[in-house]
Each structure stands twice: as structure tokens, then as C-alpha cells.
Design a protein. Structure first.
Length: 390
């Protein structure tokens, strides 16, 4: 993939210079850059996987970027991109990220942490809403990770407040299905604290048991994404420093999680677990359920990151953050400014069978002779392939 030049609309990057040594160093949007209501697209632009000014974007550029930045499989990256661009209905000409905010094309109401579009607005707001975000994480049952069930609970609530059509409801599930599969690196410490591992199908478990394999918190993805990691990504549109693209996120895996979200949502609707409420209100029941390690505690931890980041800001001359908004003045998150310089370097992609930074991949943990077959068995056995993928 050819790396887009490290420039913004102004023609240069004020943080890393016009030709930074690291083409994927983080740099938030600058005045005149174009951004989308999508944390993935924006973070790829902020790291230079997409053009940093968010303009002149094509399907091929997005597919390559999704594979390089997030390690999506090619079929998933292709289906996601072409599905979205079909809905956007702008033909195949290059477009800018803000085009994705056109309401009721790909963008929809009842988002997790973006406000709804106004009744006559052609473009939806790009900024996140701090109250919605707080409400989102307060829904975590264990206060440590967001699971598919936690996300389903929020989606039920958001769609009860603002109903959306089936296609957009599937899209909304698809967005979070990828997040859930992408950011769930193994974590022995969290597993010791009770966070379960991602479930395997009985077929896969049986075959693995024949070969004596045992899943542990150190070698198997968690069944959930740490709140702190997800929150950092949403708020800063920056690749989380504690994350490595541990495994490839596949199309089948994503369809499986979409199905899981859909089933959980329909079960919750039957039991009345979702509640209608206005935007920004924290549902009392869910908040009451939130355990000792609450969102405030998590927020405080993120705050620690911010303290370091703010000093980066000072070094960089305190350029105001445009993260999550099109203009410097429309920032809704009441958070410290997004850092302008970054020590964080996107980790290199794991080569096949080798982990990033020495972390073993699934391939390392299974004999080559059965590794691929096991994964296929797992994918086919665990989920019926139903539904549309975003
Ligand atoms: C790694 C791949 C991707 C991930 C993990 C991802 C994740 C997300 C998430 C979590 C949201 C929800 C924000 C919210 O509810 O407030 C979102 C929204 C959105 N994404 Fe992405 N996305 C990905 C790729 C894409 C691509 C390829 C496109 C289009 C080319 C796209 C377009 C959008 C749009 C238009 C929205 C706004 C939808 C809304 O109104 O909530 N995304 N994305």
C-alpha cells in the first residue's frame, strides 16, 4: 500500500512536519480537514492510514487502510467498505470523510454516543456526546469490559428512544461487532478478575480437547473489550496504546457477533430489559447495577493518560483539539484536549504466525497442520451465517 502524504488541508502537518519519520504517527484533525461520524475512519485519518485531510478517499484506500490499521481480513474490509459506499450512493468518485455524515445513508439515528440529526438536517453531527458516552459505559455489567450483551442493552435502549429501520439497525450492530472482535486482546489479569474468554463452539472445543489444548487468559481473546481501551479510542480517535492487532478480524467472526447482538437484543426486548429514555439520561437501573469499579473510576484512569497527554500538548504548542468535531469550537466531550504529539507508534502488523511484540498469535498456539481447519470449524460450528453485513 502506498502511504498517503502526511499533509493536511493546509499542506503540512503542524505536529510531525510534512514528512514525519513515522508515517503513522498520531496527529488529530486540523482546521480544514474533513472527518466522519465514525471513530474507525477518523482514527485511520489521524494516523495517516487514510489521507490526513480526509479528502480524496476511495474504496481501495479504505480497504487497504482497514487491513493495515486494524488487521481486518480482506473479505471483511471489502464487504464493509463496498456495502457502506453502496448505501452512500455517491458513485465511485473520490469523496471526503464528511460525506459519510449524510443522514440516513450510512449514518443513522440512535447512535451509541453521537447525537441524532435534527429533523431537517442533511448531515448528522460529528461530535460525540459526553453524557451518552457515560451512559454507554455505565451499562457494563462488570464495570471492567463491554461485552456483546452490554452493547446489546445499550442498542435496545437507544433504538427504543429513536426507532431505526432494519438495515441501519444491522449496520449499528456490525460497527460494534467489529469493535468487540478487534479490541479484545488476551489479558490474563482481567481474566483472573473474572472476565470470561471469548466463547468457542462445542465442535471447536471438542477438537481442541483431543489435542490437549487449553484456553487461558494469556492465549485467548477476552469476551469483551476493556472499557478504558474503548473509551480512549472513542474519545481521541487514536489507536489505543495498550492494544496490538493480536489477531485478524474476519467476516465470519463479525457475522457471528452480529447474530449474537441481534439475539441478545430480541431476548432483552421480550423481557423488557431495554427502557425508553431521552438522550443523555443515564438509566437508573443500569447505573445502580454498575459495580464498584464504576465509569468514574475508569474515567479517572483515562484522566491519568490525559495528564501525560496534556504535557505533550504543551510541548506541541497547545493546538486545540478537533477530535470528534468538524470545527475547533464544536467539541462536546468535556475532556482534556487530545494530545498533539504522540510517542505512540502503531505496532507493525504481525507477520503470519508471528505475534506483534512477541505476543503469540492463534497460529502460534495451534499446530500448523490443524490451525486453519480449527478456525474454520469454529466459525462454521459456532454461528449460523445469517443476516446482512454492514
Ligand atoms: C474497522 C472498521 C470499522 C469500525 C470498527 C467502525 C466502528 C464504528 C462505530 C463503533 C460507530 C458508532 C458510533 C456511534 O454509534 O456513535 C461507527 C459509526 C459509523 N461508521 Fe464506522 N466503523 C468501521 C468502518 C467504517 C467504514 C469502512 C465506513 C464507511 C466507509 C464507516 C462509516 C461509519 C458511519 C457513516 C458511521 C455513523 C453511523 C451512526 O450514525 O452511528 N465505518 N463506526
Amino acid at each position: 500500500m502506498s502511504t498517503p502524504p502526511h499533509t493536511h488541508s493546509s499542506g503540512k502537518c503542524p505536529v510531525t512536519g510534512a514528512s514525519g519519520a513515522d508515517p503513522h504517527a498520531f496527529c488529530p484533525a486540523q482546521e480544514g480537514d474533513s472527518r466522519a461520524p465514525c471513530p474507525a475512519m477518523n482514527s485511520m485519518a489521524n494516523h495517516g492510514y487514510l489521507p490526513r485531510d480526509g479528502k480524496g478517499v476511495t474504496a481501495d484506500i479504505i480497504v487497504d487502510a482497514l487491513m493495515a490499521a486494524f488487521r481486518l481480513s480482506k473479505p471483511l474490509a471489502w464487504a464493509l467498505t463496498h456495502g457502506a459506499l453502496l448505501l452512500l450512493d455517491q458513485g465511485s468518485a473520490p469523496f471526503e470523510l464528511h460525506d459519510l455524515a449524510r443522514h440516513n445513508k450510512v449514518e443513522h439515528n440512535a447512535s451509541l454516543y453521537h447525537p441524532n440529526a435534527g429533523p431537517r438536517e442533511e448531515y448528522a453531527p460529528l461530535h460525540g456526546d459526553a453524557a451518552l458516552l457515560k451512559e454507554f459505559f455505565a451499562t457494563s455489567k462488570d464495570g471492567r469490559v463491554m461485552t456483546a450483551e452490554d452493547v446489546a442493552r445499550v442498542r435496545v435502549r437507544r433504538e427504543a428512544a429513536t426507532p431505526i429501520d432494519f438495515v441501519h439497525a444491522e449496520l449499528a450492530r456490525g460497527e460494534m461487532a467489529i469493535v468487540l472482535n478487534m479490541f479484545n486482546n488476551p489479558d490474563a489479569a482481567l481474566h483472573d478478575e473474572g472476565v470470561p474468554l471469548q466463547p468457542r463452539s462445542s465442535v471447536s472445543s471438542f477438537v481442541r480437547s483431543l489435542f490437549g489444548y487449553k484456553d487461558t487468559g494469556a492465549n485467548r481473546q477476552l469476551d469483551g473489550v476493556p472499557i478504558e481501551r474503548m473509551q480512549y479510542w472513542f474519545e481521541h480517535e487514536r489507536l489505543p496504546p495498550d492494544w496490538t492487532p493480536y489477531h485478524e478480524t474476519t467476516l465470519l467472526e463479525t457475522i457471528g457477533t452480529i447474530n449474537r447482538l441481534r439475539s441478545a437484543m430480541s431476548a432483552m426486548r421480550k423481557t423488557g430489559e431495554g427502557q425508553v429514555q431521552g438522550e443523555g439520561e443515564v438509566e437508573a437501573e443500569d447505573t445502580a447495577k454498575a459495580p464498584a469499579k464504576s465509569v468514574e473510576v475508569e474515567a479517572a484512569k483515562v484522566g491519568q493518560h490525559e495528564e501525560e497527554d496534556v504535557s505533550d500538548d504543551e510541548n506541541a504548542g497547545g493546538v486545540p483539539s478537533l477530535s470528534h468535531s468538524r470545527s475547533a469550537t464544536s467539541e462536546t466531550f468535556s475532556l482534556p484536549p487530545t494530545p498533539q504529539t504522540s510517542q505512540f507508534v502503531t505496532p507493525p502488523l504481525a507477520s503470519k504466525g508471528k505475534g506483534v511484540d512477541g505476543i503469540a498469535t492463534t497460529n502460534d498456539l495451534e499446530p500448523r497442520i490443524i490451525g486453519k481447519e480449527l478456525r474454520e470449524l469454529e466459525e462454521i460450528g459456532s454461528e449460523q451465517v445469517v443476516g446482512v453485513v454492514a
